[in-house]
Structure formats: C-alpha cells, structure tokens
Ligand binder design. Sequence first.
Ligand SMILES: Cc1cc2nc3c(=O)[nH]c(=O)nc-3n(C[C@H](O)[C@H](O)[C@H](O)COP(=O)(O)O)c2cc1C
Length: 354
Amino acid sequence: MEWKNVLTDLFKTDYPIIQAPMLGVTTPEMVAAASNAGALGSLALGDLPAEKCIELIRATRRLTDKPFAVNIFVHKIDPITPNLEADYVKTKKHLQKLTEKLGIETDFPDIKEIKLTDYHDQIEAVLLENCKIVSFTFGNLDQESIATFKENKVILIGTCTSVQEAIVLENSGIDIICVQGIEAGGHRGSFLEETIPQIGGLSLLSQVTEAVNIPVIYGGGIYNAKTLLASKTLGADGFQIGSLFLGSAESALQDFEKHRLRNIKENEIVLTRSFTGRYARGIRNTFIKEIENSEFVLPYPYQNKLTAELRKTAKLEQNADFVSIWMGQSITSFSDVSTEIIIRNLVEETENFG
Ligand SMILES: Cc1cc2nc3c(=O)[nH]c(=O)nc-3n(C[C@H](O)[C@H](O)[C@H](O)COP(=O)(O)O)c2cc1C
C-alpha cells in the first residue's frame, strides 16, 4: 500500500488520512493525537467566536508541532424578520411546555439574546494564527475570502454532498474537495438547494471524481481497511474519518454518551433537523421524536441557538433524551483507546489487507 500521494505532499503528513473535524467532540488532544500518528488532525471551530478559535488553535499547537487543519462553518445567516421572530416565539413556547412536561428544567434564550458568529471574524483569527490548511462546510467561501486565503498560501478544503456542489467549489478555486457521503455522521454540508441531496457515498464519490480535476477526500462510513480501500478504488485521494473516534480517549463525549453509542441499534441512526435546523445524522431520542415532524423547527442557526442551553443542561444531567449525539452509519465498538492508536491500527490493517 503506497500512502504517499498528492495530499500527503500538500499536507506534509505520512498518510492521506484526515481525522474529521467534529464540533463538540474534537479536542486539541484528539487533533494532536491524529497528527502525531502521521494523519491530518482537524480542529473543529464551527461557529465559535474568534477568541475561542485562537485559544483552541494555541492549545493544539502546544500538543503537536505537526500540521493540522482548522474547520469552520461557512453559512448564510437569515436576517431576523417579523415572521422569523414570530416563529421563534412560538417554537420557544412549545419547547418550554415540552421540557416542563418531560421533566427537564432549562432556559431558552430570547431571539435578541442570541449571539451569531460571522465567519469572516473567524477567518481573521485563523490567518492571524498562521493556519495553513482550512476546511469548511455548510457553504462556499466568498471570492474575497478565497483570494485572501490564497495570498496567504492557505490550502482550502470545501465540503460537497452532490456533484453540482463539487463543481461550484472547483470553479471558485477551492484546492481540495471533501465528498460527504450520506453515511457520514454529523451535519450535512449541503449548500445549493433547499431540498438536500441524499446521495450515498458509492454513487457520489465515483461521480465527483469523474466531474472534477482537483484532489478528492472521501468521508462517510469509513471504519476499517475494507471501507478505506473501497473509497480509494472509487477515486478518493484522502480518507476523512469521524465516527470511528467518537469513543476514543480524546473524545469530548461523556461516558453516558459513549455508552449510548456502544448500545446503538441500526434503526436508531437518523437524519434530523430538530436540534439545529440543518440536517445532521445522529442518534434518535425523545427530543427528535417529539420535534422532527412538527412545525417547531426554525432555520439554522436559530434552532441551534434556541436548543443550545437545553442540550447543555441535558449533558450536565446525563440525560440522553435531550442531547444531540451525532454519529454515522458504520457501527463499531467505538474503541476507548487513543485516537493515535486507532489510526496506527487502521494503517496496519490496511497495509496487511488481502
Ligand atoms: C460528532 C460529529 C460532529 C461533526 N462535526 C463536523 C464539523 O464540525 N465540521 C465538519 O466539517 N464536519 C463535521 N462532521 C462531519 C465529518 O467531517 C465527516 O463528514 C464524517 O464524520 C465522516 O463520516 P463518518 O462519521 O462515518 O466517519 C461531524 C461528524 C460527527 C460524527
């Protein structure tokens, strides 16, 4: 197995394996462990404020001198219109009643209290900290930001969930495409159509590699040598892996969440908008059952902000009925060893495969 390729050259890593950014799960320790194993760690910065981004980048640098990527959410924010405000009030009231009925005490913010992050502030922070590999999801960067990154010699990785999105990213000058199969855990990176594409990894990866001429990373369902090699056969240059690390020593998930993962049944893994307003794949629970097909789902990021405190309270109370546990379709033992060992084992298994 020859690991060296266009991506190991660009990233300066031993392997074209990428530890997926996972907001809420990824820690500086996980990123450093992945990079120290010769893969590319990815620090999830989501929509965190710029100061927090800087703190996390510096914490990671204290743990590794190897390259790692940072990852941000690039999304349009709907302005607060009277209609949105009315929907917000209605949804908040409903959630208050629901949580009272189900016995969890929490606060829901007013729409005026919500703090939204503009990704341009994060870009400034990332450039100040001299980060050289930036991945993003939920949208495409504007041309000015792309130009600024290029001037600073930053490698850009954009996420697609359809061939159309891949072409848009390539045409706007993004260096590498991360193809997200429907198997993937966490949020869908879809950004072109209101109705999101739900294309399986097999179909999507094969079609994207035929449609674009830039390097392609695949993410969604990779959990062992077989799945990694299957995506290589379909044309992937890099392998982005998330769920495999959910139970690892460096994961920010709590023990009750890891326990839930390790007892998962296949029919409990669902795509849902109920927690954040954007589709994400995770574990069905009481909150999802109550909200999913209701009128009480606001557009992202408003639903996300509205439910944030509830999820925080549920985590503190170790109440799996109200936390969002994101995971992909490949069920594993969710090993509790270090991310570094999980990666080294995967590399060895792949080298010895067949
Ligand atoms: C818990 C969790 C959180 C995630 N958060 C992010 C994120 O912050 N940014 C991002 O680009 N992708 C995120 N993803 C998606 C991953 O980047 C990747 O597409 C996915 O993990 C690959 O599929 P797999 O989970 O089957 O390995 C997340 C995935 C999970 C499981």
